[in-house]
Design a protein around this ligand. Structure first.
Ligand code: PMV
Length: 313
């Protein structure tokens, strides 16, 4: 039996990270240049029920049950079996790989989960619907984010631009005119769960101040949505810079992120901001297409370990 594979893209949050956990709107788009892959193979000689996991990128090569009981891969296998009412699995190997940098704000955890669920359910003969995949992927996001808003699993499952409000029906984000973004990676790994937990502690001790910051971020996301729908892309730059300032006040930026934002602007970007959980990971810069290479080089000179140029449409 041939291996069954599935892929899922990375993502960037254009506006609204962190505030989205507290019910404010956020905008996110898939990034197709990076992706996670899951492949499921039958082990014809293995005993029934033996599940192996091979994920060389994160140094995992073991039996499923050798992983901690709360590990997302255990949860994913359990949830897929439950969703399909399957009591016992044949012997199989699940191979995972990804070009999405981990703990860097590009949605690597959610992408692995989505690819994993799709490949395993297809292997078992019952591919789950996007709605089911999204719901299961959300459950494993708890492991990566603590209290996830659900934006990562949503934009990655549907692989389309989304206007996202926690708990509300998914809306496709209309983008009247495509635009170009340069993504710059600080190379600093920063688990989202830590930034999200720190923000929660600050919100608990200074609730009124943080609610006001989240309100301002939410208003920026709303204004950006309008701007994108009207095709007034030039107006996005200042909104990005304002969003970055607010993320600094929320306490999730880092000197390396601020340096990349400044370098992008100095090289002619119309706006820039950190992207995702922050403290490290990636930032994004809005650029004219003809200026993309120049901004990417400026980011590399300022310390970015990797840049991606992507068209958002
Ligand atoms: O760091 P990432 O790519 O996992 O993005 C997290 C986005 C947050 O708003 C910080 C958390 C969330 O669950 O929405």
């Amino acid at each position: 039996m041939p291996a069954i594979s599935a892929y899922a893209p990375g993502k960037i949050i254009l506006f609204g990270e962190h505030a989205v956990v507290y019910g404010r709107p956020a905008l996110a788009v898939p990034v197709l240049q990076v992706k996670a892959r899951a492949a499921v193979l039958a082990n014809v000689r293995g005993p029934a029920g033996q599940v192996r996991i091979e994920a060389p990128d994160i140094q995992i090569n073991c039996g499923l049950h050798d992983l901690p009981s709360d590990h997302p891969f255990q949860t994913l296998v359990f949830m897929v079996c439950e969703a399909l009412s399957i009591q016992s699995l044949p012997a199989l190997t699940i191979r995972l790989s990804s070009t999405i940098p981990t703990a860097s704000g590009l949605g690597s955890g959610a992408a692995i989960s989505v690819a994993f669920i799709r490949a395993l359910s297809a292997f078992l003969g019952h591919p789950l619907s996007d709605e089911q995949v999204n719901a299961l992927a959300y459950e494993t996001e708890r492991y990566y984010h603590g209290s996830p808003s659900g934006i990562d699993n949503t934009v990655i499952t549907y692989a389309m631009p989304v206007y996202f409000v926690r708990g509300q029906p998914i809306e496709r984000l209309k983008i009247a005119r495509p635009f170009t973004v340069v993504i710059g990676d600080t190379g600093i790994k920063s688990p989202t769960i830590e930034a999200v937990s720190d923000v929660r502690r600050c919100w608990q001790s200074e609730t009124a101040h943080f609610e006001s910051l989240f309100d301002q971020v939410g208003q920026i996301a709303l204004a950006a949505r309008q701007t994108l729908e009207n095709g007034e892309t030039a107006a996005l730059g200042p909104l990005m810079l304002k969003n970055h300032e607010l993320l600094c006040e929320i306490g999730v930026s880092a000197p390396a992120l601020d340096a990349l934002v400044q370098a992008a602007v100095a090289a002619g970007a119309q706006g820039a901001k950190l992207c995702g959980g922050g403290r490290g990971g990636n930032m994004i810069a809005l650029v004219a297409p003809e200026n993309a290479e120049k901004v990417a080089q400026a980011l590399q000179q300022a310390g970015a370990v990797r840049t991606i140029i992507t068209e958002v449409k």
